[in-house]
Design a binder for this molecule. Sequence first.
Ligand SMILES: Cc1ncc(COP(=O)(O)O)c(C=O)c1O
Length: 381
Amino acid sequence: MSHSVSKYIEEKIRERKEQNTFRKLFLPEAKVDFFSNDYLGIATNKSLAFPLNKIIRKVPHNMPLFGATGSRLLSGNSQFVEDTETLLANIHQTEAALLFNSGYNANLGVLSALPYKNATIFYDELIHASMHDGIKMSKAKATAFKHNSIKDLEEKLAATHNFKFIAIEALYSMDGDFAPLKEIVALAKKYDAAIILDEAHSTGIYGEKGEGWAQQQNLHQDIFIRIHTFGKAAGVHGAVVLCNESVKSFLVNYSRPFIFSTAMPLHSVCAIRSCYEYFASTACEAERKKLMQNIQLFSSVTKGITEFKFAESPSAIQTLFIPGNENAKTAAEKIRQQGFEVRAILSPTVAKDTERIRICLHSFNTTQEINDLLQTISYLK
Ligand SMILES: Cc1ncc(COP(=O)(O)O)c(C=O)c1O
């Protein structure tokens, strides 16, 4: 390798280490899960293997199950995938659906392709990195608005005559709070803006059958594009973009992550179908209820812990603020030593002085586990 390239790489690694933000891969240990996005326990639910196998058996024998063999525009398309998209469009009460290999790819694929030169994307300052990266690749202008601030968004919308897009999340991945969707929909109507809504952390949990936050709020018809990802509560992998037929056509023509990548393998498509069957079951309904009970329990116990600041979150994503990268890392390690898997979220991933421990609640966490975790936290000082 070139000497100057090696030097650059070593310098960048040293920089991370000096700033205490060096990332490395680790192997999860057998501790109580308070860190995964498997909110409903679907990823580890062995009883779902049987219904999944039943769906796999429906795939015609001449179709490649293990790999898609090409991009959807080449050899990677099939009736089975198209039927799955129709199924997803029906469940989500929209005209069309387009599968992507991941939520990251879907956000990149929508935001890089759709907002055009004379458009402005107004984005919440706390949107996910994948939306940011899509915005960076787009030809449109981009302006951040303060997190969940209707006032700031309206001032910014009113001050531009460009075509307008609004990029938001339904449920924010770091703070666990919801977007004020009704108010944002009203602003979008007033200023003729198109909303792009990332439902990564609300898919499967909200709505009668896990259809997401927009459908639960009955606002889905007013949202231009919804992105549901399947790597979180759905327990599998991939994502779907929900839109109208013209937008789907546009993405098939212009969205580079869709065009220039091997399509999702059919066994992943089967897994998505299987998880939507499960979303509609009474068993899943019971898991959603258990998750809500755990959220309530967590919130009520944390109210009694005055030594620490917790974010007020109505969702499965809970935040314990421990300002300072070193402090947050040390606290997470202490909690882990007591048998709970949690992770510190450091700056610059979150703003300086809002470093934190992110606690993900699940339907399968027991009352005892939640109480023990919070007792461990209360002994941290
Ligand atoms: C809000 C949000 N959007 C999109 C993504 C990306 O989804 P995926 O993991 O399917 O690539 C994530 C993943 O962490 C996320 O939190």
